[in-house]
Design a protein. Structure first.
Length: 166
């Protein structure tokens, strides 16, 4: 898609998610791509680990205590990001994903910006995230937005942990 679309970022607490909003499809694409990048042989959603299948099957339940940000182009959901409830003054950003045909339009930046605004409004001191080291474009985006690599809180190989003050 060559035309830049008008994108609106909306906040939705997990309990207010609609099954029509396209979030499940974006989460499925995110998890399938991630597993493929890890080298896992995953033919479809049914082959994903249980915790990921649960997110796709019922994001409303899984993210009920979190804030889900959706990027919409018209009535189409084209991006998502989950901001967890704060723990110890820290929010965590998870599941940032933009539909491939909508990349390059600043959607991910706007979603992260909305997450930072939400964190600030809710009184958080820090926003943190983790990203696979092979996702160099995502790491560069996070660095441009003020995130810095920090001591890992997750011992999985190839995972980079980053954070920034709000």
């Amino acid at each position: 898609m060559n035309d830049r679309c008008e994108v609106v970022v909306v906040r939705r607490p997990g309990r207010a998610l609609s099954v029509q909003d396209g979030l499940a499809e974006l989460l499925a694409a995110y998890h399938l791509r991630t597993e493929a990048e890890k080298g896992a042989s995953v033919a479809g959603v049914d082959d994903l680990p249980d915790r990921y299948r649960a997110e796709i099957a019922d994001p409303r339940a899984v993210f009920a205590d979190d804030v889900v940000l959706l990027a919409l182009s018209g009535d189409t959901t084209v991006g998502c990001l989950v901001v967890t409830t704060p723990v110890g003054g820290r929010h965590e950003v998870k599941r940032l994903w933009t539909a491939p045909e909508f990349r390059g339009q600043g959607i991910a930046s706007r979603l992260v910006g909305a997450a930072l605004t939400h964190a600030e409004e809710s009184g958080a001191e820090v926003v943190r995230l983790s990203v696979w080291d092979w996702r160099t474009g995502a790491i560069a985006l996070y660095e441009r937005l003020g995130f810095a690599v920090t001591t890992s809180w997750d011992e999985r190989d190839h995972l980079v942990c980053m954070e920034r003050a709000v």
